[in-house]
Design a protein around this ligand. Structure first.
Ligand code: HXC
Length: 257
């Protein structure tokens, strides 16, 4: 499909999506949302793809929701259209998505990164929830997801003052999983995604589902859920293959797609 605000490529079993509105620092408007969701659904349905990477430019992952598009919206429109609800579809992706963040990840940009499964940051990355400076608050999950990532004190600090966090602080706080030199960001993210994509796809999807469940349920229910998923994996060829390969000291060849 031809997209105007994103670029999609495949690198082996990895689907790479690059946000591409350079003149607006990848501000997230309704078109970019629609295209991103379409690309993620497309890679999700492609049996040749095992994981995805979402990235932006060197200067900006995304500088937020598109302020110019949002500016004139009335309360009635915001409410009746349930403005921003479309992003929930992005979070329904079942294959892993890594956010590769360089430069600004602000407002909706930070929120989009947090909707991915984990974040790899360039040393140039800057995260923030500056909505308060615009007279609003985070609207794509920032107040909820950031708090779960970094805890109440830092989340309050970011949401109330609008200050940015650099890559080192983001790593220290648990917002990002690794920080790499800017020039190595894409390759590092693709390497991580390719590694995931070589594993058993159903196991990968269940691992994602199990970790995500921990945000939604009690420990006892989460443990039960994990155990049931674990049991079900014994129905797969990939479990037989993975364990046989270990015993035979060879590389596994996972085939369940
Ligand atoms: C629309 C944006 C934009 C945005 C940047 N641009 N961010 N357009 N929406 N979120 C546009 C600018 O208007 C400008 O267009 C061009 O991109 C380059 O930006 P500059 O400001 O000239 O660049 P620079 O001086 O380098 O500053 C970079 C920046 C700054 C610090 C990232 O652009 C900035 O503060 N942007 C807004 C960040 C923000 O507040 N994000 C949160 C949005 S609200 P022109 O045409 O002038 O060249 C949100 C959540 C919504 O995301 C939830 C609440 C409902």
């Amino acid at each position: 499909m031809a997209y105007e605000t994103i670029i999609t490529e495949t690198r082996g079993k990895v689907g790479l999506i690059t946000l591409n509105r350079p003149k607006a620092l990848n501000a997230l408007n309704s078109q970019i949302l629609a295209e991103l969701v379409s690309a993620v659904n497309g890679f999700g349905a492609d049996p040749g793809i095992g994981a995805m990477v979402v990235t932006g430019s060197d200067k900006a992952f995304a500088a937020g929701a598109d302020i110019k598009e949002m500016q004139a919206i009335s309360y009635v429109d915001a409410y009746s259209q349930d403005f921003f609800v479309g992003w929930e579809e992005f979070t329904r992706a079942r294959k892993p998505i890594i956010a590769a963040v360089a430069g600004y990840a602000l407002g909706g940009g930070c929120e989009l990164a947090m909707m991915c499964d984990f974040i790899i940051a360039a040393d140039t990355a800057k995260f923030g929830q500056p909505e308060i400076t615009l007279g609003v608050i985070p609207g794509m999950g920032g107040s909820q997801r950031l708090t779960r990532f970094v805890g109440k004190s830092k989340a309050m600090d970011m949401c109330l003052t609008g200050r940015m966090m650099d890559a080192a602080e983001a790593e220290r706080s648990g917002l990002v999983s690794r920080v790499v030199p800017a020039g190595e960001l894409i390759e590092e993210a693709i390497r991580a995604a390719a590694k995931i994509a070589d594993f058993s796809l159903p196991s990968v999807m269940m691992a994602k589902e199990a970790v995500n469940r921990s945000y939604e349920t009690t420990l006892a229910e989460g443990l039960r859920f994990e155990r049931r998923l674990f049991h079900s994996l014994f129905a797969l060829e990939d479990q037989k293959e993975g364990m046989a390969a270990f015993a035979e000291k060879r590389k596994p060849n996972f085939t369940n797609r």
